[in-house]
Design a protein around this ligand. Structure first.
Ligand SMILES: *Cc1c(COP(=O)(O)O)cnc(C)c1O
Length: 379
């Protein structure tokens, strides 16, 4: 008999999600506005703690799109983006008809390298165009080098769009990810640390930006009894049903982060005596990762030739999901002509890296099955 599938990251309900969704039905707030939308925004605002405002939206990708629009990105502009990321970070640059400028990672946080970032900015300015925004990403929940990146961004006066889609609950020097950029992005897709089935949020630094975000997300209706429009709008608001799921998920978020961090500890223990395998961990205690996904690097030169594909296939054979790290955007056919600044850091990560089952809902039995595969391959 086939074992049940162990996923990388699957939805994990806390219990009260149904209560909020039922309330929405009982009160007929089956619409992209209502008490759950307001309540979820308030929960997120309190959770982010900084002096921020939150607008909930239909997806994290929509949040990035509205952030870029509010940074003034229009057709023909250039926008810098971390190459090592999920396509959701970069596609909104294309929606605006702008050109992505791709920048490599540094090896400590796997995120955008401040040195290559500055090199890219200088070169684009020399080429005649100053980038309009920088999309920096906290991949797998690991905060990027926030101070170094902000320093470069401030020096050239370019706004940072902080893609915190994978980093809800992560902190840098005790401050929540999503609150460091001009805009912060959150995602509540099905595989993220909390889910609303699908959804996202834009974290804003002031109420004016939040109001503008909601305006753009609800078809940009000017004030008038009829429908009056002076700008292009979008239908990007979150449903009151989905927001109800989000309110329930907020009650268990910190508990689930604790469980994801325990999965990371589990892998640290599994691999501690195996040469050539490193578990992706915080570079110092200034960084606190939610460890959305646990990830490892396998260097075949130090493992007697065992590769990440060997491990991935061994997992797949017994119905356990694992996945190579994000394939860098400059290697994607669709972005092959985009200007690229950097070396081989993200390419090496892609070659050697594997994401492992990381859900907060994994059981001792699941961990036992995972451990067996690791033992079989490496011992
Ligand atoms: C998931 C994700 C997004 C997009 O969020 P959606 O809600 O799926 O649209 C953007 N960036 C990163 C890094 C992500 O992981």
């Amino acid at each position: 008999m086939q074992n049940s599938k162990i996923w990388l990251s699957s939805p994990h309900m806390g219990g009260n999600e149904r209560k909020f969704v039922t309330e929405a039905f009982d009160t007929n707030w089956v619409a992209p506005l209502g008490p759950n939308v307001n309540g979820f925004e308030n929960d997120l605002k309190l959770y982010q703690k900084g002096d921020v405002e939150v607008a909930v939206l239909s997806s994290g990708t929509a949040a990035i799109h509205l952030a870029l629009i509010q940074c003034g990105v229009v057709a023909g502009d250039e926008v810098i983006c971390q190459t090592f990321t999920f396509c959701g970070s970069i596609n909104p640059i294309m929606y605006q008809g702008a050109t992505p400028i791709l920048v490599d990672s540094e090896p400590e946080t796997w995120n955008i390298c401040p040195i290559h970032l500055e090199e890219a900015i200088k070169d684009r300015i020399d080429n005649g165009k100053k980038p309009k925004a920088i999309v920096a990403v906290h991949l797998y929940g690991m905060p990027y080098k926030i101070e170094a990146i902000n320093q470069v961004a401030e020096k050239y006066n370019i706004p940072v769009v902080e893609d915190s889609a994978e980093a809800l609950g992560s902190t840098y020097k005790g401050k929540k990810c999503g609150t460091f950029g001009k805009f912060g992005i959150l995602s509540f897709n099905g595989n993220k640390i909390i889910t609303t089935s699908g959804g996202g949020a834009l974290v804003c630094q002031n109420i004016e930006d939040k109001n503008k975000t909601v305006f753009l997300a609800t078809q940009a209706r000017d004030e008038a009894p009829h429908y009056e429009h002076t700008s292009v709008g979008y239908n990007y608001r979150l449903s009151n049903i989905s927001a109800g799921i989000g309110r329930g998920q907020m009650e268990v978020l910190d508990k689930h982060i604790g469980l994801r961090r325990e999965m990371h500890e589990f892998y640290v223990k599994q691999f501690k005596d195996i040469d050539g395998v490193t578990v992706f961990s915080e570079p110092s205690d200034e960084y606190y990762s939610n460890h959305w996904l646990s990830a490892i690097l396998i260097n075949p030169l130090e493992t007697n030739g065992i590769t990440r594909e060997d491990l991935r296939l061994a997992f797949a054979k017994v119905n356990i999901e694992s996945r190579p790290l994000w394939k860098p955007m400059h290697l994607q056919p669709i972005f092959k002509d985009a200007p690229y600044y950097g070396g081989k850091v993200s390419e090496n990560l892609f070659e050697q890296g594997l994401c492992l089952p990381s859900g907060s809902n994994l059981t001792d039995d699941d961990r036992f099955r995972i451990e067996k595969v690791i033992f079989k391959i490496f011992k």
